[in-house]
Design a protein around this ligand. Structure first.
Ligand code: GLN
Length: 454
């Protein structure tokens, strides 16, 4: 009982959950007992899962960590969460995140910061960011509050929080997991994926979450491979590319050393290592921060005070006043910043200069990867340019925050599968992650390389 109480205290202190749903988890545990007795266990029977509060869950409030959707109780279940329940899992609760998944530290949530369970070992006892936007997911898993959770990744939101908290997470190829029922941020980039402590757990979860869905027009109509059964850390015959543009002058020395260590591990597993070039890498961050806000400004137009959640209707107000009052109160500062950038780059005089140009550069970035993959089967890079930073440290400087995504956004723009696995600890005892990027649809090689590293 005392251990349980300690867990409850930790859960509250970390602020990882927005809503707790223990009854759902307990019902799944009971169902698992019955299934075991009947010899009918499912792949995830009884496994309690944390659900990022971006997935619509029938009958359970879904907020996207915004005031705008406070009190919104969907009448439908997202395809991905529905697949998890059908496989026997139960929901522990809805996990905190950056508001509408916009952020890299979980500090843009309307429901407050999430705290990482990690602390520096060099005396600095300040609370650390769990990464973002899936910061509730990463913190809860790292603190052993749940064995697994869902994440979504638009520009790094599965991989960077996994790296900051010493866990693993994979963003599959764009289209592998249905986006139906997931609150949309940037539709051409958003992908769901699992986060868990081990690569094997990720493979098992992804197998359940992936699959064709006629309700998502970008869902891939392909069979889901048996990733877990085919896991192997034997990389003989595989070639690993090391993209030189990911080693800028001034790369943190500990990150560079970890990367070299990762290269050595993959060589030990039998892989051959080659240098490759992704020449347009330096344009990835600005390209992402045009395309993602552009799509967000369009997706978030639906929150008008009429259809969902919040409505602010000042006395005697007309329709326009209601829109303005609702949106002023319902969205946080980062969401407003993205909507303003997005509407600007999509506006008549600037569309070609920004949005069209960004789409062209996106195609060049995708082509870089295609050319690199003529010489190799996977790429190894660091996941983030630093270990977890202190809460508040980058909050006043959006550009410093955006720079944290420098290594994760290129694979998002190209729609490629990418995973972060824990690589080791820095001098302050904080986890560092290694990123594996694969060819489109080749999650197996990504997972196998992850297994070789973990
Ligand atoms: N940090 C990135 C952003 O703020 C990525 C977020 C995400 O992947 N959802 O847009």
């Amino acid at each position: 009982a005392s251990a349980f109480n300690a867990n409850v205290a930790t859960a509250k202190a970390l602020n990882a959950f927005i809503v707790e749903t223990p009854d759902s988890a307990l019902a799944a545990a009971d169902a698992a007992d019955a299934a075991r007795a009947a010899g009918d266990l499912k792949p995830l029977s009884g496994v309690p899962i944390g659900m990022k509060d971006l997935f619509c869950t029938q009958g359970v409030q879904t907020t996207a960590a915004s005031h705008m959707l406070e009190g919104f109780v969907p009448t439908y279940e997202s395809t991905v969460s529905g697949k998890l329940w059908a496989a026997g899992a139960g929901m522990l609760g809805k996990l905190n995140l950056d508001q509408f998944a916009m952020g890299s530290s979980n500090e843009t949530s309307y429901y407050g910061n999430v705290i990482s369970p990690w602390r520096r070992n060099d005396g600095g006892n300040a609370a650390l960011a769990p990464g973002g936007s899936s910061g509730g997911s990463s913190s809860a898993i790292a603190a052993r509050l749940c064995p697994a959770a869902t994440g979504t990744d638009t520009g790094g939101s599965i991989r960077q929080p996994a790296a900051f908290t010493g866990i693993s997470g994979i963003k599959p190829t764009y289209g592998r997991c249905s986006r139906w029922g997931i609150v949309a941020f940037a539709s051409s980039l958003d992908q769901a994926g699992p986060m868990a402590r081990t690569v094997r757990d990720n493979a098992l979860l992804l197998e359940v979450m992936a699959g064709f869905d006629p309700k998502d027009s970008t869902s891939l109509d392909l069979a889901v491979p048996q990733w877990e059964a085919n896991l192997s850390s034997d990389l003989r015959g595989k070639t690993v590319g090391i993209p030189r543009e990911y080693r800028p002058d001034g790369l943190n020395a500990e990150i560079a050393a970890l990367w070299d260590q990762g290269i050595a591990w993959l060589k030990d597993a039998g892989a051959t290592v080659v240098d490759v070039s992704l020449p347009h890498t330096k344009y990835a961050l600005p390209t992402y921060y045009i395309i993602a806000p552009a799509e967000a400004s369009s997706n978030l137009a639906r929150y008008d005070g009429v259809r969902y959640g919040q409505r602010d209707l000042p006395d005697g107000a007309g329709l326009q006043d209601m829109y303005a009052a609702t949106r002023a109160a319902g969205f946080g500062p980062e969401v407003k910043r993205r909507i303003m950038i997005g509407t600007y780059v999509l506006s008549a005089g600037f569309y070609d200069a920004y949005y069209t140009q960004a789409q062209k550069v996106r195609a060049l970035i995708a082509r870089d990867f295609e050319q690199a993959f003529e010489q190799c089967d996977l790429l190894l890079t660091p996941t983030a340019p630093s270990a977890a930073f202190t809460l508040g440290e980058k909050q006043a400087d959006p550009l410093a925050m955006y720079l944290n995504d420098v290594f994760t956004v290129p694979a998002s723009l190209a729609g490629l599968p990418a995973m972060s696995v824990p690589g080791g600890l820095d001098a302050a005892g904080l986890p560092l992650g290694l990123q594996i990027i694969g060819k489109a649809l080749d999650e197996q090689t990504v997972l196998n390389a992850g297994l070789a590293i973990e």
